[in-house]
Design a protein around this ligand. Structure first.
Ligand code: SAH
Ligand code: SF4
Ligand code: F3S
Length: 469
């Protein structure tokens, strides 16, 4: 596969799409069209969806209150595990009859799942009522694709094999006005043997430092106080830039932006996490004391077949170094059970890591076979009942540790950024501590987007309750 060293950043392309948006907006202005966008998968997709919504709004679409009242339904899809794909096919089954009753309903699919040939074939054969299909590299082309759909009255399918450029300066609707995600890089070069992401998101490419810093400064001027830097593996940020930079350099710049109160980032790959990064994290109070550090498996044998590039010992050593430098840090992780050829002994190494590191929480996954990845054809796929049993034992090990850490917070005073009204009842709001722990607190008035001090009064496994002080 050929690698592109230079990434073309084109504002000219953004301008072209912008012109089409304005044209369409004029054309559609009296129609009062409503859209419904549903996002599946990770923060990358969520962030792409903010751009999609920004473009839709600029073209005159208004957000529908429900899928049922929408004239344009879009699903931004994920394919990281089989379940994610089954969900989409299930939803498409429902849409088929709606489309039959109302041929004017427009349906678009985009995102990671669309980048797989096998999915595209199935869609063409069985779901040819879908009006528009595009992928992960050409989201910015939505206006042009929509225009083509209107003009030709034919279904539009536009999937690219690889990225052409990073298009900056697209409109975007942010979900929150006080916090925001910022992409620092796209794609992944790691090819963990179970993972489909490198195939559907392409090779790693980093955004220019100044583009990132300018974005963040603009956001801060708009009232944003918390930034999440996003990348599949932020620790390899900057390798493709000329001259090369590293993530620690970038983070240090971001941490010093005036007015910015909190910086988070994800995801960190253990094999690339440098001492320099740990130093920067320890040095700047704006960098939150939380690290998402997926270890996937505790068995060095499994890690090798996963192509993760570190051993159990490397991981534990790295964690000790981090804890020594940043004593209050909370750690979270991603863990897979049932990878091909995982024995009981391998799995026990995973439990060992969980016990030794003491994660505050972790995303736990049952291995899911992804066609096209090396692991899909590996021998020794593990029996389903064995995997389920291991999965339950993993949760039973993680939960008491989370509960213990949460209990140890009782009585402490914490500053939380209030994020939303909690589902738990009137005047109860939820926010997060610097370390990323969810706290519910009763407030006399709406303080969403503001920092408040709370005293922690009680704890559950995955959240805390507090009182305003
Ligand atoms: N780039 C990030 C995460 C990408 S996907 C990283 O490397 O950490 C998020 C998580 O999904 C992964 O960390 C992994 O735990 C899980 N995952 C990916 N592919 C999977 C598969 N085929 N089966 C089960 N879990 C998977
Ligand atoms: Fe997938 Fe591994 Fe890349 Fe993460 S680092 S996206 S798990 S290939
Ligand atoms: Fe994310 Fe799913 Fe794509 S996890 S990168 S949306 S395959």
């Amino acid at each position: 596969m050929s690698e592109r060293k230079v990434v073309t950043v084109t504002t000219a392309e953004a301008k072209r799409q912008n012109d089409i948006m304005l044209e369409l907006a004029q054309h559609l202005q009296d129609k009062e069209l409503k859209y419904w966008l549903q996002t599946f998968g990770c923060q990358m997709n969520a962030h792409d969806s903010e751009k999609i919504e920004g473009m839709l709004k600029k073209m005159g679409y208004v957000k529908a209150n429900s899928e049922n009242e929408a004239d344009f339904i879009l699903y931004n899809t994920c394919c990281v595990r089989e379940n994610a794909e089954l969900k989409i096919f299930g939803k498409l089954g429902h849409l088929k009859s709606r489309k039959r009753k109302n041929p004017n309903l427009m349906i678009a699919l985009c995102g990671c799942m669309m980048q797989q040939d096998i999915v595209l074939d199935t869609l063409k054969k069985k779901y040819n009522f879908v009006d528009m299909i595009f992928g992960t590299y050409n989201i910015y082309k939505l206006p042009e694709l929509l225009q083509t759909r209107f003009e030709t009255q034919e279904n539009v399918i536009d999937i690219w094999e690889k990225h052409e450029h990073i298009v900056e300066d697209l409109p975007s609707i942010r979900k929150h006005n006080f916090k925001s995600c910022v992409n620092i890089m796209y794609g992944c070069n790691n090819f963990c043997t179970y993972c489909i992401v490198p195939y559907v998101r392409g090779r790693e490419r980093s955004r220019e430092l100044n583009d990132i810093l300018d974005d963040i400064k603009k956001l801060v001027n708009d009232g944003v106080v918390e930034i999440m830097l996003l990348g599949q593996n932020v620790n390899s940020y900057g390798k493709t830039l000329t001259p090369p930079l590293n993530f620690a350099n970038l983070l240090e710049h971001v941490a010093q932006i005036e007015g910015l109160k909190r910086v988070r980032f994800m995801t960190s790959h253990p094999k690339d996490l440098s001492d320099e990064l740990i130093e920067v994290m320890a040095k700047y109070p704006t960098i939150c004391d939380n690290l998402h550090l997926p270890f996937q498996s505790g068995s060095s044998k499994v890690l090798k077949t996963m192509n993760r590039g570190y051993t159990k010992e490397d991981y534990l050593e790295l964690v000790s170094k981090i804890k020594l430098a940043i004593p209050h840090i909370t750690l979270t992780s991603d863990i897979i059970v049932g990878f091909p050829d995982e024995t009981e002994e391998d799995f026990e190494h995973t439990l060992d890591v969980v016990k030794e590191v003491e994660f505050i929480s972790a995303f736990t996954f049952i291995y899911s076979k992804r066609t096209g990845t090396p692991a899909a054809t590996m021998n020794g796929q593990v029996d389903e009942t064995v995997v389920k049993d291991r999965f339950n034992r993993l949760i039973a090990t993680l939960d008491p540790i989370s509960a213990r850490i949460m209990n140890s917070q009782i009585g402490k005073t914490e500053t939380i950024l209030v994020e939303e009204i909690s589902k738990n009842g009137n005047n109860i709001y939820s926010g997060r501590t610097d370390a990323g722990i969810l706290v519910h607190v009763e407030l006399p008035e709406n303080k969403i987007g503001q920092f408040v001090d709370v005293k922690i009064t009680s704890a559950k496994t995955h959240y805390l309750n507090g009182e305003l002080i």
